[in-house]
Design a protein around this ligand. Structure first.
Ligand code: HSE
Length: 447
């Protein structure tokens, strides 16, 4: 076999170990597909490991490994946004291609990292950063390159989906399921990133940039997690034909003649979606991304969104891409990286400054749970406030009083701008007959 490709793996946690196992298991397949020998020459690890092949150098100086002459491609799977950023920038400076699974780093510093990589004529590949093993980056950058993307919606955190599925199907307590997700290697080092929606927001920022050709803007993603979801709301939603899923949405709005309302919605939140929607039936650690594009229409991409095997699969898909790039570089002139797919799908000079809409400008349907005294006229008061605000009611469910004299009323609405809904809820909460804060969860028919 022709000259070998030398890999360095920085970080030997769940993903780093998964990459080593994948290479050991599938080396023949990798060689037959690339025509090259693929060798791990160095690993960067603070703690020496005695279960690593003796031919692999274990280096506690990660910066040295990132710049080593003994390495062609640097795989960064340390996580975090400090040391990981330093080693990636150092590797780029030394002309190394980089593969990373680090969505937090790219969402927060990707604009700078990608520009630095382009200036150094190397590539930073990041398939593993979004939706685990699903090849969504490759699909959106390459397979959908001729389409205009209007919106996408995705289950993009495996831990959160696993927790919500286990709670709904088996009635298991939140804390137990989260602990299992940690044991299975699904959760982030800090699991609040999973359950508060931050991890999904990182991934959504990346997907939105690729979809719409905008710079990464993680700080503008509206973000709600799953910790406020109660079994009561899960059950009411099911009764009305909906399922609650934790979704990320990136939506292009034309403003319908109002230039101030035109822009992009970036939002992560629990959402009622129809039970029969494919996304509603994506369970456990599975992720799925639904992309609505023109002229193709809706396409859905689904698979394991977290865990060692799924993430290693995406890391090594990037490595294989780069191996082929390095192969073409050997064949062509020295300045040709062979890889012409821009980091964010669009040519950097062509990225657009389309504004990201603020939360109160966003448009969604709503599920409202209102608690009221069981007295005549309550329902009429609530519906009058909604109708005065121009909010269309789609369904109402009034349950029998569960506490003495109190009734939960569930209302589903058609899409409405959030600022209008805020005003209506404020008025409803001021009614003398209302006993608690109104619970609201967004709703989307995914059409
Ligand atoms: N903690 C992440 C998740 C890992 O659960 O989806 C994959 O990005």
């Amino acid at each position: 076999m022709s000259n070998s490709i030398k890999l360095a793996i920085l970080g030997l946690g769940t993903v780093g170990t998964g990459v080593i196992n994948l290479i050991n298991d599938n080396l023949d397949e990798l060689k037959r597909r690339s025509g090259r020998d693929i060798i791990i020459t160095e690993v960067g690890t603070r703690r020496q490991r005695d279960d690593i092949d003796a031919t692999i150098i274990q280096n506690s100086d990660l910066m040295a490994t990132a710049a080593s002459d003994n390495v062609d491609i640097v795989i960064e799977v340390i996580g975090g946004t400090t040391l990981a950023k330093d080693v990636i920038m150092h590797a780029i400076k030394h002309g190394k291609h980089v593969v990373t699974a680090n969505k937090a780093l790219l969402a927060e510093h990707g604009n700078e990292i990608f520009a630095f990589a382009e200036a150094h004529n190397v590539h930073v590949a990041y398939e593993a950063a979004v939706a685990g093993g699903i090849p969504i980056i490759k699909v959106m950058r390459e397979a959908l390159a001729a389409n205009k993307i209007d919106w996408l919606a995705g289950i993009i955190n495996g831990t959160g989906n696993f927790i919500m599925t286990e709670m709904r199907d088996k009635g298991r307590p939140f804390a137990d399921v989260l602990q299992e997700a940690q044991e299975l290697g699904y959760a982030e080092a800090d699991p609040t990133f999973d359950v508060e929606g931050i991890d999904a927001a990182h991934k959504l920022a990346l997907l939105a940039s690729i979809a719409f050709g905008i710079p990464l803007q993680f700080d503008k993603v509206y973000c709600e997690g799953i910790t406020g979801i109660t079994l009561q709301d899960v059950n009411y939603a099911e009764e009305l034909g909906y399922r609650i899923k934790h979704l990320g949405f990136a939506v292009r709005r034309d403003g319908q003649g109002n230039a101030d309302a035109a822009g992009i919605e970036l939002r992560v939140h629990p959402t009622l979606i129809p039970q029969e929607a494919l996304l509603a039936n994506v369970n456990g650690v599975k992720n799925a991304v639904l992309v609505n594009s023109h002229p193709l229409g809706q396409t859905l991409y689904c698979g394991d969104g977290a865990g060692a095997g799924a993430t290693a699969s995406a890391v090594m898909a990037d490595v294989m891409d780069l191996v082929r790039v390095l192969g073409s570089k050997d064949r062509d002139d020295q300045n040709n990286t062979g890889h012409h797919v821009p980091h964010l799908a669009f040519i950097p000079e062509q990225l657009s400054d389309t504004p990201i809409l603020r939360a109160e400008q966003m448009t969604t349907g709503y599920y409202l749970r209102v608690h009221a005294y069981d007295s005549p006229g309550v329902l009429a008061d609530i519906t009058r406030i909604l109708s005065d605000a121009g909010i269309n009611i789609d369904a109402i469910l009034q349950k029998p009083a569960h506490k003495v004299g109190q009734v939960p009323v569930i209302i589903l609405t058609l899409p409405v701008v959030e600022s209008q809904m805020n005003l209506a809820i404020e008025k409803i909460e001021k009614l003398d007959t209302i006993t608690d804060k109104v619970v609201r969860i967004r709703l989307d028919e995914l059409e």
